[in-house]
Design a protein around this ligand. Sequence first.
Ligand code: MG
Length: 387
Amino acid sequence: MAHPGETCALLVAAGSGTRAGAATPKQYREIGGRPLLRHAVEALFHRRVDAIQVVIADGQEPAYRRAIQGLELLPPVVGGATRQDSVRRGMAALGMRGAPDRLLVHDAARPFLPGAVIDRLLDALDGAPASVPILPVVDTLAKSADGLGDTVPRDALVRVQTPQAFRFADLKRAHEQWCGGDASDDAQVVRAAGLHVATVPGDASLEKITFESDFSRAEAMLAARRVPRTGMGFDVHAFGPGDGVWLGGIRITHDRGLIGHSDADVLLHAITDALLGALGAGDIGEHFPPSDPRWRGAASGHFLEHAAALASAGGSEIVHVDATLICEAPRLGPHRQAMRERIAALLRLPPASISLKATTSERLGFTGRGEGIAAQAVVTILAERAS
Ligand code: MG
């Protein structure tokens, strides 16, 4: 069985290494609020990659499941004692499923992978059984002994990165023939089998995360990539019989209530829609259909928390909320601070990041006639630039 024309990616994340005294294996440590492994997997979601297979270490399945939540991947494979064993096991699993034509082999310790590198590698496979991304060596290289030793000419040297691309059958054969020790990468195995390995330009962002200082460098890189995005929300609920209204997650005593399927918190609905707008994630009605009996009388704080969870799962940071309530009554001034604090708590932000204003519509229109309350909101987030 084979999957002709298919390209798969094999992500090796089988290390148990906890360098620098960290409690968590490197691939599960977070940068920008998400595990390294998740960044690496997400970068492999590319229009020319059909399926992704991750090789994990024994006993790390719970951490793996948490890290990849919501992503569609092939079932994970447990790796071996060496990187090479792990690659072989991953390939065996792919072979059972039906061998693909092409395979990208990548390391979870390289979380940033520009899509253009994948394109270059796969294009190069048209003319060679294997291709690797390389970068020149720019620093002076010298042998180290007891002090500084002889300089090594760097013109003849390159740095080899991953992912590395292979025609699947060739890589499989090369691994079967390999009789050296632990290979440092798969290109070495393929070259030992006498096959040509083409090179394409690599990318500085593909640097491997090895040392503690690399984590701070990666954090800074992520922060620099973030761009502000803004979403707006608007909502209206009509007054009906009742003795109070929910606004901004606070119950305010009033001579009427607001009509709605949930608790009719018009302010939280507007803010939720603004946040979903900034995320490009549809609107509140899509996430919580009014036709669904689960949301009857629901506390709207739940809707806002759901949108906030979507933001953090997508690597976005909420930075500011500005909202306006429009009504003649009830008077909102006395409750403004409590509403700000409640909204801040739902979004896990300081109250200073929540701006809340109230206005009347000068007795004009439905709000002016006291038929209902309207709310509008603008939410600003910092999101990863879409690549
Ligand atoms: Mg509503």
